[in-house]
Structures are given as C-alpha cells and as structure tokens.
Ligand binder design. Structure first.
Ligand SMILES: Nc1ncnc2c1ncn2[C@@H]1O[C@H](COP(=O)(O)OP(=O)(O)OP(=O)(O)O)[C@@H](O)[C@H]1O
Length: 445
C-alpha cells in the first residue's frame, strides 16, 4: 500500500468538501480544503500539494480557470476536475487544459480513488529518492535476492574468487561491479572481458598481452587485460565458455599468480581478484567434460546464484519505479502515471530477458508516453506475447488492433449515447483512457 498523497479539495459547497474530505482521508490521504478558486490559489502558493480535486462549476473562477491559473503559476500538482454536469464537453475541455482526470459527482467514488492511486503510484518514485546513478541492489523484497545481498556483504571485502551464475540479463556484471566497489580494491581498476566475444587465438593475446613480433601482426608491445587489472578486479564474463587450452592457461595464472606475455618468458606477478560469470550450469559443463574441475574450484570459492526476474516478482514494483524515474530523467519526460493496461502488462509479463528486458521495455514506454502517462504501446510489447491476428492480409497486428478498437469504441459510444462514464465502464477502461482513444482515433463525440 502506497503512502497517501497531500490533496487540496476545492468546492464552493461545504457538503461536498466534507464528503470528499472524509472519503480521501479514510483512503489514507492528507486532505486540506478551499471554498473557492481564489482561496485555493492562496493555499497553493503557500503549501505543496500532490493533487487538487476541484469542482468545475464555482462562482467567479471555475475549475478550469483554476487549472489554467495553476499552470500559469507553475504549480506542479495534478488536477482532477469534479462536476455534477456529466457532459463530455466539460470533461474534454478539462483534459485538454491539462487535467489528469475527470470525476462525475454521484458516480462510484471507487473510480475516483482508483484514479488517485494511479497518480500515487509514480509519486512514490520521487519520494523513495532512489539514487538513479546507482544500480538497484539493496532493499530487495525477494527472499532469494536478500540471500544474495547477504552473501555479497560478507564476501565483498575479501579476496575470494566469486562465480556469479544466472540467466542473461539478471545483472551479473552489475553485481560484479558492486562487489568490486565494496571491496578493498575499489580504488583499483575493474576490468571486464567477455570470453565469448573473442576467437580463441585473439582471446589469449587479449588476456596475456604480447611483445613486439610475438606473432604476425604484433607490431608493438601490448599490455594484456590481466595486467590492466593489476591491484583491482578482473571480471571474466561467460567464463564457462573458455576453450580447454585457455582453461589450462588460466589455471596456471591463478596457481602461480603470474603471467607471461606472448613472445616473452619473463614472468610478471599479477595481483587480481577474479569474479566470473556464467549462464550455464557448472555441474553440467563438468559432467560433459567441457570444463575442468580443478579450474572450477579456483574460480568458484564463492558461488552466487542470481534468480531470474520471474522468480523475484516482489521486486518488480521497485524496478519499474526505478527505471521509469531513470528514463524520465534521461528523456526529460515528466511521467506521472502508468495506465492500468501498461501496469498490468509489466506485472504479468514473464521477462525472459530479465532486468535488461524490463529496462529496455520501460525505456521505450517512457519515450512513447503522452501527457505524462505511460500507455501500453503495442510496438513495445514483445511479439510472441501479443495476440496473433486471425486472418492474414497486409495489415500489421498494430493496424488491425487499431481498426478493431476504433470501430468497437465507436459502437459502444453510440450505444451509450456518448455517455463517457458508461462507455468507459463497458469497455473496462478509465474515462481518461477513453478520451485519449477518442482523440487518437479522431472519433466524433
Ligand atoms: N540491479 C540492477 N539495477 C539496475 N539495473 C540493472 C540491475 N540489474 C541489471 N540491470 C540492467 O540490466 C542490464 C543487464 O545487466 P548485466 O549486464 O549486469 O546482466 P548480465 O547478467 O551480466 O547479462 P549477460 O549474461 O547477458 O551478460 C544492465 O545494463 C542494467 O541496465
């Protein structure tokens, strides 16, 4: 449950002020009220509110006037307009003037609370004061991840070798850097190499370096990665992919704590801490004789298994908030809400690509966000997750969905005589979402 918002209720009728006051206070929000737009502007100048819930029809300045005055003053609070006149024109005007949402007096107050909860979801990001320059590695709600954090805390400051196992994208490299940053070697270098990225002959030269003339093309001396990592941490990604020949050489390095550059017999002492990563099962690689048991002992003093994201769904909310905040900042987008559809997708999608995939998806959703709201954009949803079309023609799934949606929404609107509340209810979406669809599809109302 998110902590409450600070809300200013603006209504010229005392009875409604009181009603909303009680409703919102009971839902855990902090409530203040004002009897006119002028009164509200005075309060807004003196206090910070997250949300203004304003009546539309008031003497002197009405709700839309208040909204415009707030925008002109640069008040950042969201606005929900309340009216007893459930006409769509007022609602559309309020939304066009920048209101977050619209509520019709006398309809289900649960819907109002639901809209407020949407605003609240993202306000938490600002409140949690996440350090967006740092990865999210503590305060996990998942017992499996807490165990990982516990082990990392214990071993970071030692020189023990660590093998990080886990699927692609779970954050093995992120964790390796974290171990380094919390080790006694933190002022030394962190040198990462992906074993799969190099063909075998090049990998050896890359790791050990070479002297001029060591092989054709070795036109000058080159320091290898082991040497570059002197005094720091050496991160060997995809370590179980190493060829048998390189495995023997690595074993020798770890046993002797020294290397020789290619083309030289001079031994150079090496002071590194080794962290390796793999998405394979060490047990299987050993059983299939693809990896040496003696080398595994050396690289695996401590084994840390990072669970896939689908096994730590408790952390999804935290990651969603973190990435939304991070990409909002990166693209300078003031995201204030996630639509129900987008939220539902993010909470149910299995994320086979783990944290990397979640991060990529949220980055695109933030880029596509409109009016501060993240909507579920079909082009962002992985294709194997989208529903397939029934007939085959030249239309993309996206076009087909749009057409089907447009004609269905039109039918529902006609059926309910353009009563937005009823139509939205029937469609199972919010009024705001329906307004967006009406304007997106250019529907008449
Ligand atoms: N805890 C985290 N906090 C923030 N971002 C994270 C975290 N874990 C993973 N990421 C994001 O996911 C991406 C993938 O992370 P990383 O490269 O560490 O995964 P990996 O397990 O090493 O993947 P691979 O096996 O494919 O190399 C990173 O670029 C980062 O953006």
């Amino acid at each position: 449950m998110n902590p409450g918002l600070s809300i200013l209720v603006v209504d010229d009728e005392a009875e409604y002020r009181q009603l909303f006051h009680i409703l919102l206070r009971d839902a855990g929000h902090e409530v203040d009220d004002a009897a006119s737009a002028a009164d509200a502007l005075t309060k807004l100048a003196a206090n910070a509110y997250d949300l203004v819930l304003s009546d539309l029809v008031m003497p002197n300045m009405d709700g839309i006037g208040l909204l415009r005055a707030m925008k002109a003053m640069g008040v950042p609070a969201e606005v929900i307009i309340v009216t007893g006149y459930g006409s769509i024109r007022n609602a559309v005007e309020a939304i066009r003037s920048g209101a977050f949402s619209y509520f019709i007096k006398g309809t289900d107050p649960g819907e109002l609370l639901h809209e407020i909860e949407k605003i609240n979801r993202l306000k938490q990001i600002v409140r949690t004061e996440l350090d967006l320059n740092e990865p999210l590695l503590s305060a996990s709600a998942s017992p499996k991840m807490r165990q990982v954090e516990h082990v990392v805390e214990k071993v970071a400051a030692t020189d023990l070798s660590v093998l990080l196992s886990g699927e692609s994208g779970v954050g093995k490299e992120v964790l390796a850097r974290h171990v380094h940053d919390n080790s006694l070697r933190k002022d030394g270098p962190f040198v990462a190499i992906n074993c799969q990225a190099f063909p075998e002959n090049l990998l050896e030269a890359e790791l050990f370096g070479y002297e001029k003339g060591a092989f054709t093309g070795a036109v000058g001396r080159r320091i290898g990665r082991f040497e570059e990592a002197q005094g720091g941490t050496f991160f060997l990604d995809e370590a179980l992919e190493l060829s048998p020949a390189i495995q023997v050489k690595l074993l020798r390095v770890l046993e002797n704590r020294s290397i020789e550059r290619l083309g030289s017999n001079k031994s150079i002492d090496i002071d590194i801490r080794l962290i390796s990563a793999t998405n394979k099962s060490a047990k299987e690689e050993i059983a299939a004789s693809r990896f040496r048991q003696d080398l595994l002992f050396r690289i695996n003093a401590v084994n840390i298994q990072i669970p896939p994201l689908r096994e730590r769904r408790e952390d999804l909310d935290m990651f969603i908030s973190y990435f939304v905040a991070r990409f909002s900042r990166k693209y300078n987008r003031a995201v204030t809400a996630i639509s129900d559809e987008a939220s539902e997708f993010l909470k149910t999608y299995p994320f086979p690509g783990n944290v990397r995939e979640l991060s990529n998806i949220i980055e695109k959703l933030v880029v596509f966000s409109q009016e501060g709201q993240i909507e579920l954009d079909e082009s962002v949803v992985p294709t194997d997750y989208a529903q397939p079309s029934t007939g085959i023609d030249s239309r993309s799934l996206r076009e087909l969905r749009k057409e089907t949606e447009k004609s269905y929404i039109e039918k529902v609107l006609i059926h309910y005589n353009y009563d937005i509340g009823e139509a939205a209810n029937h469609l199972g979406i919010t009024k705001r979402h329906l307004f967006n669809k009406i304007s997106e599809f250019g529907l008449k109302y």
